[in-house]
Design a protein around this ligand. Structure first.
Ligand code: MGD
Ligand code: MGD
Ligand code: MO
Length: 795
């Protein structure tokens, strides 16, 4: 999230696209509600289902699953054609004026550079004048980003968009008018998204489209605006911050590649850009190595860079791991706070893959479907050799530590109750396992040094649990010489004199001089600006900044676009700030203020070109611009081009390969999966709570009254929902809020499936993922759980 939940009160118009906060983020309804009740803010909901959030909307726009790019491009085209975009913002703070390589082109659904199933991104580069990027500040040159974008989105007129999405044209026009009303200096539009945008074979480009719309309307970096991805659960933000994804170390430092980065010098030379904030990467990485390997990490041995595990550049995300498991290449598996037997795509095949394991360790509160896959209905335990260990763990209220929420706030939570029985905290389990592994390595091993030299000294005398404050401080960072806690990441050094586990967290444990508690434990409601910034409530990474890119809230001369939303302001001699500036505003050594012209050309401090990208020359594997493609399983042909699907979508092999053909007569309906407020995720916890199990006791499929009539199904009847991958049985929930789509003259039914059920716990039911496809977005490999083909019959 660029902004924070407490900033939502500043919004004028909300566009909630692919999220259903009334079920999944109830506090978001409260924060949006403040803006709606006190300032008359308006709410637009774009969702294939008429959700509980939609029930509170000023405009509800239906759209067919997987068509968000067409929808968002339709709004962008409308903004450009009618001059409703924020011209000064676009000119100064985006790459609109940058010229693109003359060889760049786009034709019939493909960008230049496509060969052998992938893109060479060379032709997407900017035109250079020596070392400088060539620009046209009049935005007229046909090679400038603005003209390229204008041409690209001109194909998405209202008629075409609505033919693809199934949105009624009059409703879509109302959406355009209302949302584009935020393209003014004194108006803010807040775009909120979640899984309806991301879970797609073009999910990353969906997200790009949301950001591009917000750039066009000047809605990023301002109070009440932003691109606000609501993270899933506690602590999903924190876990990605801390490097749990396979392609990242901590703080989003790219992981080390065995071929590209044989030495520290290779990594730093190749991965450190000359401009942008990432030019500080050596300071972040070397401080991380000092935190991990302590005194053993010296300049002479490259700070133990060779100890860091190196990856082979291949896909090791969730779906790839399960494919390897099914091929017998993975022998052992930790299911640590995860229940893929219910939550992963194509879960029948995934459960089968688990049978190939020699051993599995399940670290969980309950014996989940994953932990008990060997005794699932229809499975004979006698045929399964996998040895399964269950390690009972403490629930969030039964241990202390930090969680990071979507607002990037790192907040300390104290233990409320003792865990039951022999349950231990996850920290205790990890700490003890590593100690045991280290003991084994003391007797020798293939490469024992990384294990033996790792800093792992968190014993707290007289206590069973490790010293969590010591670990918290290591994440924050300290000076090696005296152990002093660092107050900011700007203090990090690349000479080994500082150690810091997670650079973006630097400062979160620094004691607030007034409140006398670590920043993450602050609970002061002070909000002098009145904008909901609450600078003394917890700590927002990075640097306690509440709204990122906040330089963009002021014009190039430093004057706020809207004085009522002042985040930072240049008064002619100095910067006066409500938020922590996201740009160089003061010289670190002299303390002199830096004039606004310097930051005006570098307001998007994380991009190498210093501005927001309407066109992305690098970063995406599937194009510099989004383009509408159909989901991999779709009932219709792509109206925009001959390219039916994302040409570089990731597909999997073997039993994971089953995909229905376009407009399959056997699977005529669109299946989509969604959440319910009563259940959480794979349901391991909530289906084990008697009251929640009673409230939402059984698996169901929501179908339209028209389809129910056609199938002779009454509410509550059992139905069989099938895809090319299998069949599940559940109750029919006949709901008038499910309506068929009118797509290019054709009527297509939608089937809504909650994915919370499995065979364990109190409330049991069929698993929706038994029928979902194994397909991945090419950039992040997220599965396409929101749009696939299925059939429904009376059971
Ligand atoms: N009660 C409860 N709360 C939760 C969770 C839970 O399981 N239960 N899970 C947590 C987690 S981990 C997450 S990630 C979040 C997820 O939060 P959300 O993303 O809000 O959850 P979903 O219900 O999966 O999907 C959101 C909406 O996207 C719509 N949708 C489907 N396809 C499309 C599409 O192609 N385009 C558009 N625009 N919309 C589409 C669905 O109809 C649905 O209403 O919720 C978190 N909060
Ligand atoms: N079809 C379909 N599939 C989906 C989605 C969808 O929208 N549609 N959404 C996807 C999304 S966004 C997500 S995030 C994934 C989630 O997929 P998973 O992460 O596999 O599902 P969860 O149920 O969240 O699993 C969490 C497990 O952790 C346990 N647990 C809870 N607290 C703790 C703790 O403190 N420590 C430990 N060790 N364990 C704990 C719970 O009992 C549970 O078994 O599912 C994905 N799957
Ligand atoms: Mo999630």
């Amino acid at each position: 999230m660029t902004n924070s939940f407490t900033d939502y009160k500043n919004g004028d118009v909300f566009l909630v696209i692919g999220a259903n906060p009334a079920e999944n983020h109830p506090q978001v309804m409260r924060h949006m509600g403040i803006a709606m009740a006190t300032r008359g803010a308006k709410l637009i909901v774009a969702d294939p289902r008429f959700t509980k959030t939609a029930a509170k909307a000023d405009i509800y726009a239906t759209l067919r699953p997987g068509t968000d790019i067409a929808f968002l491009y339709g709004i962008m085209n409308y903004a450009i054609q009618n001059g409703l975009y924020f011209y000064d913002y676009v000119l100064n703070y985006t790459n609109a004026s940058f010229l693109v390589n003359p060889e760049y082109g786009f034709s019939d659904g493909l960008f230049t550079g496509f060969a052998d199933g992938k893109y060479d991104t060379k032709t997407w580069a900017y035109q250079m004048n020596g070392d400088a990027i060539a620009k046209d500040p009049t935005l007229q040159d046909p090679r400038c980003v603005f003209q390229i974008l204008k041409k690209h989105v001109s194909r998405y007129d209202i008629k075409t968009v609505c033919k693809i999405t199934g949105t009624p044209e009059d409703v879509f026009k109302k959406v355009c008018d209302l949302y584009c009303s935020t393209g003014k200096p004194d108006k803010a539009g807040n775009l909120i998204y979640a899984m309806g945008i991301t879970q797609s074979s073009h999910g990353s480009q969906n997200v790009r489209a949301t950001a591009m719309l917000q750039l066009l309307l000047g809605n990023i970096g301002i109070a009440g605006g932003g691109v606000n991805a609501q993270r899933g659960e506690s602590n999903v933000q924190g876990s990605t911050d801390q490097g749990i994804l396979y392609h990242y170390l901590t703080g989003y430092l790219g992981s080390v590649n065995a071929t590209l980065h044989p030495t520290l010098k290779d990594y730093l030379d190749k991965e450190t850009p000359k401009t942008s904030f990432w030019s500080n990467k050596p300071k972040f990485l070397i401080s991380m190595l000092k935190a991990w390997y302590g005194a053993k990490a010296t300049k002479e041995n490259d700070f133990c860079f060779d100890y860091v595990p190196k990856h082979d550049g291949k896909d090791h995300s969730h779906q790839a791991i399960f494919q390897q498991m099914s091929e017998g290449k993975i022998k052992g598996y930790f299911a640590w706070g995860q229940n893929p037997a219910v939550g992963g795509p194509n879960s029948t095949v995934a459960r089968k893959a688990l049978e190939n394991l020699d051993w599995m360790v399940a670290v969980d509160l309950f014996e989940t479907e994953t932990a008990s896959f060997w005794k699932a209905p229809g499975v004979n335990p006698a045929n399964i050799k996998t040895e399964v260990f269950l390690l009972p763990t403490a629930f969030s209220y039964e241990k202390e530590g930090t969680v990071a929420n979507s607002s990037r706030w790192i907040q300390w939570r104290w233990k409320a109750v003792e865990p039951p029985g022999k349950a231990k905290s996850d920290l205790w389990i990890a700490y003890e396992i590593f100690k045991a592994v280290r003991k084994e390595y003391q007797a020798g091993g293939k490469f024992p040094a990384p294990i033996l030299d790792m800093v792992w000294d968190y014993d707290l005398p007289g206590h069973d649990e490790p010293d969590i404050m010591k670990i918290a401080k290591e994440m924050n960072g300290y000076t090696v010489a005296d152990g002093a806690t660092l107050d900011a990441f700007s203090k990090l050094k690349d000479d080994g004199s500082t150690a810091c586990g997670v650079w973006i967290y630097a400062g979160y444990m620094f004691e607030d001089p007034v409140l006398k508690v670590p920043a993450s434990q602050r609970r002061s409601r002070e909000d002098k600006s009145g904008l909901g910034l609450f600078p003394k409530w917890s700590f927002a990474w990075p640097a306690n900044r509440r709204i990122v890119y906040n330089r963009c809230s002021a014009d190039p001369s430093g004057k706020p676009w809207d004085p009522k939303r002042m985040l930072v302001s240049w008064d002619g001699a100095q910067w006066v700030n409500n938020d922590v500036p996201d740009f160089g505003f003061k010289d670190a050594t002299t303390g002199a203020f830096i004039t606004p012209d310097k930051s005006a050309v570098n307001c998007y401090i994380m991009t190498t070109e210093g501005v927001g990208r309407l066109f992305a020359p690098t970063g995406c594997k599937d194009g510099p611009l989004p383009e509408h493609y159909e989901p991999v399983e779709s009932p219709v042909n792509n109206l925009m081009s001959k390219q039916q699907n994302n040409p570089v979508a990731v597909k999997y092999k073997g039993d994971f390969a089953k995909l229905a053909p376009t407009a399959s007569p056997d699977f005529p309906y669109i299946g989509t999966t969604h959440r319910l407020v009563e259940h959480y995720q794979s349901g391991a916890v909530t289906r084990s709570c008697p009251n929640l199990a009673e409230l939402q006791p059984e698996m169901f499929a929501s179908i339209s009254p028209g389809l129910a009539k056609k199938l002779g199904v009454k509410p509550g009847d059992m139905v069989a929902v099938s895809s090319i991958r299998g069949e599940i049985k559940c109750r029919a929930n006949v709901l008038p809020i499910i309506k068929p789509f009118k797509i290019d003259g054709k009527e297509i039914e939608l089937i809504g499936l909650p994915w919370h059920y499995g065979f364990s716990g109190i409330a049991t039911g069929a698993t929706a993922n038994d029928i979902t496809p194994s397909v991945g977005d090419p950039n992040v490999m997220i599965p396409e759980s929101k749009a696939f083909l299925c059939n429904v019959k009376k059971a």
